[in-house]
Design a protein around this ligand. Sequence first.
Ligand code: ZN
Length: 445
Amino acid sequence: MDALSELRAALGPDACLTGEALQGVAHRSDASATGQDLPLALLRPGSVAEISKALEICHRHGQPVVPQGGMTGLAGGANCRPGDVALSLARFHGVEEIDPVAGAMVVRAGTVLEIAQNAATDAGFLLPIDLGARGSCQIGGNIATNAGGLRVVRHGTVRDNLLGLEAVQADGSVLSHLSRMRKDNTGYDLRHLMAGSEGTLAVITRAVLRLSPMPSGIETAVCALESYDAVLALMSRARGQVALSAFEVMWADYFELCGGRRLFSTTPPFAVIVETEGGGLEPLLESAVEDSLILDALVAQSHAEARRFWEVREAALPEAHVNDIVNFDVSLPIAGMDDYVEVCRARISSAQPAARSFFFGHIGDSNLHIMVEVPGYSDADVHAVDRIAYDLVRDLGGVISAEHGIGTLKRGWLGHSRSPAELAAMRAIKHALDPAGILNPGKVL
Ligand code: ZN
């Protein structure tokens, strides 16, 4: 039997969609909208045993497999090439257990992040992983991309909140280490190898996530600032005085694009959303106003008002009427970030006069996001913009991806951030764990 017939026989026709059944489903591309091809088949296994069986069959036939989560990534990491089989974890979902003593949650990879967050909240805990795509991204994808997001400044990335992991290897064998212990020094840490591997080393099936105590006294403000120096001064003062849970900076172009004018009558050069836990926000802002660090500040008087501030930061692209976007999520030394922004913006507009660039980011985590709108762009335009942004990142000692991962879109630039010796070590690991090269081929390396 060929691979597809075996997969259909093993999983059943409802869990192995092909042909017409694939047309209506969004498995062509992640949110970068760069995927063009439908997979040969979409596998929808409902258990670890079925995931294992599917991979065993694909391994034996040399059939490439693309693991897919909520398809909210921005690096093309879940896109298929013609002839690839897509493996959706959507049917393997749900929170299996919340352990209040260990402060841990056991969750299946196909669980939508927001559902896991709500389960933690209902049990009196905070699941500290949070990002704009919370309503559709899945835990497995969050781990596979080592997602960052909005709470990293306080709680770290997904990797920092990952206690245990289960994953199925290319040959179908199951690596299960669903530890809930904070301290575990038993040999190589496969958990951290899989986190951020973007589906190229194994298919993540279950995880144990660390839960935090529910924060109390969350306060949110949006501040208007005159200069990047003032942004840095506010950040360092905030770090000394309060427990920061978010510090999100928007340059004027982004703030304006996303409707920031709803908040301030004129668009300030910089707008910062400051969120704190445990109080102390108003005294911080009062002293900052007195010392002329900030021009103006709005402190949310209700949860709804805080949401209004966040909506500006998380503004959906269609709402902002921006198309033909090239996305970046680079890391840079914090002090040099505004210099990067100025040079990058100038070089892009001189190379692409019709382009518009928008800058924002999780500055407390050294993470800058850039959206470049290049109307009617070609592949050559994208490459030219990539080169400008990434050459400058390399020159300033940054890295080309802070949180979105490498996928297909940044694969050609990985050498800007990793040495030949590091890339050779990565290839050796890939070959050892996936000798037939069936797991998400063409991604990362
Ligand atoms: Zn981000």
